[in-house]
Design a binder for this molecule. Structure first.
Ligand code: HEC
Length: 126
């Protein structure tokens, strides 16, 4: 009798696990429906006003700023152009210009990574 209960318990567990597995598969499919380039989406929402649609520093919000928003295509990155360095700038802001604000409170670390990758793509670094 004890053996039967044990078997039953195993069967129920197996069913439950199978059920969870199905759930995971569904959510993975949902994730596939998300925009293809999350970095671009973040960029267009938070960075484009200053850095411009293609990253040339010519966004309407950046016109009157001094220093000007970086032109990612033609200018050197002052604070480094590795993925880590760009992520650091986006996370903590510019040490020189308060207008390039820290985004750590606004964006998640994943969004910061994605948008930094997008900036490096615009700059032709990757
Ligand atoms: C309000 C305008 C403004 C917005 C919005 C803005 N930036 Fe900036 N950004 C600047 C300015 C101004 C600088 C130049 C800072 C300096 O020279 O010290 C800058 C510089 C940078 C740099 C530094 C490059 C280097 O020289 O090392 C990076 C990277 C950058 N921005 C990324 C972003 C990203 C990514 C976003 C969106 C999440 C963003 N910026 C949003 C104004 C802005």
């Amino acid at each position: 009798m004890k053996k039967m209960i044990k078997l039953l318990a195993i069967a129920i567990m197996a069913l439950a696990m199978n059920f969870c597995g199905e759930g995971k598969k569904d959510s993975a499919e949902d994730a596939g429906a998300e925009p293809e380039n999350p970095g671009k989406v973040v960029y267009e929402q938070y960075c484009l006003t200053c850095h411009g649609i293609s990253g040339e520093g010519d966004g309407p919000g950046g016109k009157s700023l001094n220093p000007k928003p970086r032109n990612f295509k033609s200018e050197q990155f002052k604070f480094g152009d590795s993925l880590e360095a760009v992520m650091n700038t986006v996370t903590n802001g510019s040490p020189k210009a308060p207008t390039m604000v820290p985004f750590k409170g606004t964006l998640t670390p994943e969004q910061i990574k994605a948008v930094s990758e997008h900036v490096r793509t615009l700059a032709g670094k990757q």
